[in-house]
Unconditional design. Structure first.
Length: 144
């Protein structure tokens, strides 16, 4: 009998987050704004990506589960709950030296908010067409 393994991404995400916090580094979560089920301030996106400071002093109630990352943070002085489905997580890096990991799409196929019929998101902007870069590789740029 074949057993189904859970996706590796949430386990790596939790391990890297813990390592970054233990080293006194600032973990930043990189998120695809076009992913289905995302509940975040998409108006702050740059090039289709959000970058969240996950340092323990910057967020409250951080939960890195197997299906999503949930936390509460302040944006322009307003507290807001954020829900990031695991498939929207592009990577986690440190602010100080950009060490961390970018994830590929093998565990989570790219599904835009438009394609997810079971999760309509009328308050989000429509998914933009992907850039003509290499398929499967996210276009990321470090924002300092």
């Amino acid at each position: 009998m074949k057993t189904v393994q859970p996706p590796l991404r949430p386990y790596l995400l939790r391990a890297l987050y813990t390592w970054m916090e233990d080293c006194g580094l600032t973990p930043h979560l990189l998120v695809d704004v076009h992913a289905a089920g995302l509940d975040a301030p998409v108006e702050l996106a740059v090039d289709g990506m959000l970058q969240f400071n996950l340092a323990s002093q910057a967020v409250r109630g951080l939960q890195i589960g197997n299906d999503a990352v949930d936390f509460e943070a302040r944006f322009s002085g307003v507290s807001r709950a954020v829900h990031v489905p695991m498939g929207a997580v592009l990577g986690i890096i440190t602010r100080e030296n950009a060490q961390g990991m970018l994830f590929n799409d093998s565990d989570y196929p790219v599904v835009s908010g438009k394609e997810a019929a079971d999760d309509p998101a009328p308050d989000q902007e429509p998914a933009k067409p992907e850039s003509p870069s290499k398929p499967g590789k996210p276009d990321l740029k470090l924002i300092k």
